[in-house]
Design a protein around this ligand. Structure first.
Ligand code: BDR
Ligand code: CA
Length: 314
């Protein structure tokens, strides 16, 4: 990627330990330019995830506006599963607010997304949603012209194979399935970075030790997030935590690391046991000239090198 021309992105997130590391990579890599950080209820309440986003913006020197968005899903009555603890970032200490702390942008996240996309040239902005898709769905419903103006949507969510909240549904899609269905069928290019690849990049003890040895402020933040995220994964028998949302950022800035395949993707909205499932039509004889793609392979070593290099920057 040409480091001279950073890709303009809006990160729509619900921090969340892995969202926090996604912001670390996005704000540090010279190939990316964050235009806004918008928040959505998901891993925790909108108050918690927005407070977390502001604290992370301060820690990571993110000067782009931070704006709060949807407080609940469009239709569902989902509540977070407590996986990221009571604050959404449990186990992590964020800076106390001071006069110099970034202030919350007064605009609603949906308005800010629309404003930015409509005031930039077509094809300039990439949306990177790493939480439930409520804000993105509301934005494209409220201003359908954004579907033709964004370069692409590179989202963390869904799975072609197994889910994590249920046998078939991944958390971000499960939380607000109607919003996900709107986003997948809006006609804009969507690259789905789902559990099929994000569960390949588990931070093993060896990876965590590499992070611990870095010694920069970003290295310490990364280590803190990995340590905080570890217990939940170890309890479930994994060798270490996944950093799902970071893979979506990696897919934007280092596309060679993630292999995608074009396929129709729809969201199951009515299944008794499958609500929130992303139905990826992998039948080989189905026309594949669709704007949706799903990630099917990840260069795991390349992914960790990308992240650890970013964390090593002063
Ligand atoms: C997704 O759900 C959240 O817990 C994570 O932040 C990630 O966005 C993984 O299923
Ligand atoms: Ca997330």
């Amino acid at each position: 990627m040409d480091a001279e021309v950073p890709r303009k992105i809006i990160v729509d997130c619900d921090p969340g330990h892995d969202d926090a590391v996604a912001l670390l990579l996005a704000s540090t890599h010279p190939g990316l330019d964050i235009l806004a950080v918008t928040t959505v209820a998901g891993n925790s309440t909108i108050a918690n995830v927005t407070r977390n986003a502001l604290g992370l913006a301060e820690l990571l020197d993110i000067t782009a506006p931070v704006a709060a968005g949807a407080t609940r899903p469009l239709v569902a009555n989902s509540e977070d599963d407590g996986f990221h603890g009571e604050t959404g970032l449990s186990g992590v200490t964020l800076p106390a607010t001071s006069a110099a702390s970034p202030a919350l942008d007064p605009r609603h996240a949906v308005d800010l997304i629309i404003e930015l996309v409509m005031s930039h040239a077509p094809g300039e902005i990439t949306l990177v949603p790493t939480g439930p898709f409520t804000n993105i769905a509301l934005a494209v419903r409220r201003e359908p012209r954004i579907a033709r103006r964004v370069r692409e949507v590179v989202l963390m969510g869904g799975a072609a194979d197994v889910g994590n909240m249920t046998a078939t549904a991944e958390f971000n899609v499960w939380f607000d399935p109607e919003a996900a269905e709107i986003v997948f069928s809006a006609g804009w290019p969507v690259r789905m970075v789902g559990l099929d690849v994000t569960m390949q990049a588990l931070a093993t003890p060896a990876v965590i030790e590499r992070a611990r040895a870095i010694g920069t402020a970003r290295g310490r933040l990364l280590t803190e997030m990995l340590d905080a995220a570890s217990p939940g994964y170890l309890k479930d028998g994994f060798p270490g935590p996944a950093l799902h949302d970071v893979v979506a950022v990696a897919a934007v800035v280092a596309p060679e690391l993630v292999e995608f395949e074009q396929a129709p993707i729809r969201v199951e909205l009515t299944g008794t046991h499958t609500r929130g499932m992303t139905v990826v039509d992998r039948r080989r004889w189905i026309p594949r000239a669709v704007p949706t793609q799903y990630a099917r392979a990840l260069d795991v070593d390349g992914f960790w090198n990308l992240l650890l290099d970013a964390a090593a920057r002063p």
